[in-house]
Design a protein around this ligand. Structure first.
Ligand SMILES: [Fe+2]
Length: 226
């Protein structure tokens, strides 16, 4: 499957720049917005989205947390649980992001996806506490893709989960935070590098395996004279 960035789209350079600045502010080690955009687009394709809806979803994925960057709060990078007032303050990033998307001339569809990317299937999300199919499908897709990408990448305050752990999390929270239909389709996705985790333990496991195999290889070799 072609990446959405490999073909002609309405993604312009300014959105990619904003996305990179947003990721840096939030302390992601890897391109978070772009990764969400690729996964969200793969899901949108499975749900037969029209091309303009796919494009709106990709744009929203890239700038979904632009409001958090504009709020520029120090606590976002702290290595502790947020206090109640900080948690409520941070919820404003969805509405501030919606306003910023409007200022930048992005479509109303993009603005609303930025507004609703933290709505929960059970109605316990924010800012509008929408539930079930009141939440547009694209916003529900964004919630799943954002969560998977967030928890499989390291942040200053926690390590990355493995892809298997992250999938388990999606399954456990399906019907609560996530639309179960989307989780089901997500689990069927394959062949995208964006689905790999940045879990350091996996790297270590691989390096241990590689070191052990290399040793075996040299031990084997010594059995052959000359
Ligand atoms: Fe967010």
């Amino acid at each position: 499957m072609d990446s959405i960035f490999a073909k002609e789209t309405q993604i312009d350079g300014r959105l990619l720049e904003t996305s990179a600045a947003m990721d840096e502010f939030e302390g992601y080690r890897h391109p978070h917005g772009r990764r969400i955009a690729v996964i969200a687009d793969a899901l949108a394709e499975r749900f037969n989205f029209a091309s303009h809806d796919r494009s709106a979803l990709s744009q929203a994925a890239l700038v979904h947390d632009v409001g958090a960057m504009l709020m520029n709060r120090e606590y976002i990078k702290t290595n502790r649980l947020l206090r109640e007032e900080e948690r409520l303050d941070m919820q404003r990033h969805t509405v501030i992001g919606e306003q910023e998307a409007a200022k930048r001339g992005l479509s109303r569809a993009v603005q609303l996806l930025v507004r609703w990317h933290h709505e929960w299937w059970n109605g316990f999300g924010y800012p509008d506490a929408l539930s079930g199919e009141q939440i547009p499908l694209a916003a529900r897709i964004l919630r799943v893709a954002d969560t998977f990408c967030a928890i499989t990448d390291a942040r200053p305050f926690r390590a990355a989960m493995s892809a298997a752990e992250a999938k388990k999390h999606l399954i456990e929270w399906a019907g609560i935070e996530f639309d179960p239909k989307i989780v089901k389709i997500f689990l069927l996705l394959e062949g995208l590098s964006e689905l790999q985790s940045f879990d350091e333990r996996e790297k270590t496991r691989f390096e241990d395996w590689f070191a052990a195999e290399s040793e075996n290889l040299s031990a084997d070799k010594q059995e052959f004279p000359g």
